[in-house]
Design a protein around this ligand. Structure first.
Ligand SMILES: Cc1cc2nc3c(=O)[nH]c(=O)nc-3n(C[C@H](O)[C@H](O)[C@H](O)COP(=O)(O)O)c2cc1C
Length: 179
C-alpha cells in the first residue's frame, strides 16, 4: 500500500475512467465473471455488517430479462435491450437480528453497487444504474420480500463507447474544512 500521489494507481484510473455506458454490445457475460463481480460487491462496508443488498439478475434472452426490462421507464427501455444482464438491486430495510428498521440499508446498497461498478469496469464491463423503473411493479414481478425496497435497476455488459465530457462539481463545492 503506497501513500504517495506520484503516479495514478490502478484504482485511481478505474475510478476516474468509469462512466455509465449506453451502447452495450450484447456480448454475453459468463456466470463466472458475473460471480466474480458480485463477489467483489460483497466486500462493501455496511451498518452492523448487515449486508442488506440483494441483486435479482437475468441474462439477455431469458424470461427474467424480459420481466426486468418491462419494469423500466420508456426512456430506459431502448438502450437497455442490448445489455448482457439486467439487475434489480434492492435493500433489505429491516435488520435480520432484531427486525428493527435499518435506515442505512439504502446507503449500504449504494456502496455495494459502487464496488460492483469498479470491479466490473476493471474487467472491461460497464454498468449503468437507473432510477427510471417502476419499483412497485418490480417488487411484485420479482416477488421481493415485504421489507425489501427495489432501489435501482442496473444494465451490465461489454460496451463500445467512449465518454469525454464528464462534468463534476469541484471538490471545494462539496467539502469544508471545519478546523
Ligand atoms: C441512482 C442513479 C439513478 C440513475 N438513473 C438513470 C436513469 O434512469 N437513466 C439513465 O440513463 N441514467 C441514469 N443514471 C446515470 C446517471 O445519469 C450518471 O451516473 C451520471 O450522469 C454521471 O455519469 P457517469 O456515471 O457516466 O459518470 C442514474 C445513476 C444513478 C446513480
Amino acid at each position: 500500500m503506497t501513500n504517495t500521489l506520484e503516479s495514478p494507481s490502478q484504482i485511481d484510473q478505474i475510478i476516474e475512467k468509469r462512466f455509465s455506458p449506453r451502447k452495450f454490445t450484447g456480448t454475453p457475460i459468463s456466470e463466472e465473471i458475473l460471480g466474480h463481480i458480485f463477489n467483489q460487491a460483497k466486500w462493501a462496508a455496511s451498518c452492523f455488517n448487515e449486508q442488506p443488498w440483494r441483486f435479482y439478475y437475468a441474462h439477455q434472452g431469458s424470461e427474467g430479462f424480459d420481466k426486468i426490462h418491462q419494469c423500466l421507464s420508456e426512456g430506459n427501455k431502448p438502450w437497455t435491450q442490448n445489455a448482457s444482464v439486467l439487475i434489480i438491486a434492492s435493500a433489505k430495510t429491516r435488520f435480520a437480528r432484531n427486525n428493527k428498521e435499518n435506515r442505512h440499508a439504502w446507503y449500504d446498497l449504494g456502496q455495494s453497487v459502487a464496488t460492483l461498478a469498479l470491479s466490473a469496469w476493471e474487467k472491461g464491463i460497464g454498468i449503468h444504474q437507473m432510477a427510471g423503473f417502476d419499483a412497485a411493479k418490480a417488487k411484485e414481478l420479482l416477488k421481493l420480500e415485504e421489507d425489501e425496497d427495489a432501489v435501482t435497476a442496473i444494465a451490465i455488459g461489454p460496451f463500445d463507447e467512449t465518454k469525454e465530457d464528464r462534468s463534476r462539481n469541484s471538490v471545494s463545492d462539496f467539502t469544508k474544512n471545519i478546523e
